[in-house]
Design a protein around this ligand. Structure first.
Ligand code: THG
Length: 293
């Protein structure tokens, strides 16, 4: 089954940052209810953007979220102390986001992961930075999985993140990460592959089209999880449809279920089309479309 990690509770998003600063619990609770309803398997929680407040912001968010939803959480922080605190607070077994090959981070995270049963995202990042080739990414993934298995983490609990880089800065970046996913799938059977997808479109216009198309390609390469906005219905529809097309939806059951629930509509899920055709809604979209005339 494809694993959707809902990305919306992140203080790098302006509205979330404001809600956290003002301790507006209702805003956060409304959001996570919607993410759970839309089919998020995990909800990512990242409180990193208000420098100096991460610990208290994370605590507050975890309390507020767990009052409302039961979906397990993906604890997103580079700080092992924040992760340890958060781990103690969660009611459901979480996903830890993340560990990497960076020496300091790895050394601090290793004792934390020992003996715990949670899922963990393993970033293909080391002290030299982002991977520079598909081969480099796969080598890093192999190293990470070997080290995590030595700590006692089960392969099925490891979610490798090959790190998506913008195609706008180097047109081969998408091909590179797809080749990396294929390599990881081949060399490390049984591991999960995830990642934030929206980086691919950074700096380019009409980003959602790029992100949706990219998710198909990545799933076809072997990605089986993604950190995305589950309220983006077109993205969710694309993921379900792709699962079917790559042979992972027996009897097309999940696809048909989503169609019956009104979640997959061939025109209704696109952002621009209905507003342009009927001119009834979507003001910003309308303006963009007008520019081309
Ligand atoms: N890998 C892992 N974890 C991650 C990432 C990753 N966590 C954070 C990030 N990347 C994924 N999460 C988000 C959350 C929100 C947004 C994008 C990625 C987002 N971005 C808006 C945009 O791009 O246009 C701008 C923010 C806003 O709305 O103000 O919403 O790669 N393991």
């Amino acid at each position: 089954m494809f694993c959707v990690v809902g990305e919306r509770i992140n203080t790098s998003r302006k509205k979330v940052q404001e809600a956290v600063a003002e301790r507006d619990a209702a805003y956060i609770q409304e959001d996570v209810k919607k993410q759970q309803g839309a089919g998020a398997d995990f909800i990512d929680v990242n409180a990193g953007a208000r420098i100096g407040h991460e610990m208290e912001d994370m605590k507050w968010l975890l309390d507020v979220i767990q009052e409302t939803v039961t979906v397990p959480l993906c604890l997103d922080s580079p700080d092992p102390k924040v992760l340890e605190m958060a781990y103690q607070m969660v009611k459901e077994k979480p996903m830890i986001n993340s560990i990497s090959l960076e020496k300091e981070r790895y050394a601090a995270m290793a004792p934390f992961l020992k003996g715990k049963e949670c899922k963990v995202i393993a970033l293909c990042m080391d002290d030299s930075g982002m991977p520079e080739s598909a081969r480099d990414t796969v080598d890093r993934a192999e190293k990470l999985v070997r080290k995590l298995e030595d700590l006692g983490v089960k392969r099925d609990a490891i979610f490798v993140d090959p790190l998506v880089q913008p195609v706008g800065t180097d047109t081969l970046k998408a091909v590179m990460v797809m080749e990396a996913v294929k390599g990881i799938r081949k060399k490390l059977p049984g591991v999960h592959i995830t990642g934030g997808l929206s980086n691919i479109s950074f700096g380019l216009p009409q980003r959602k089209i790029i992100n949706r198309t990219f998710v198909c390609l990545m799933m076809s390469a072997g990605m089986d999880s993604a950190i995305i906005d589950p309220l983006d219905q077109a993205m969710m529809a694309t993921i379900k449809t792709t699962q079917m097309l790559i042979g992972k939806d027996d009897f097309c059951t999940e696809y048909l279920k989503a169609v019956r629930a009104g979640e997959i509509q061939q025109n209704g899920n696109a952002d621009c089309y209905p507003a342009q055709k009927h001119g009834t809604s979507g003001e910003s979209c309308f303006r963009l479309c007008d520019l081309s005339h």
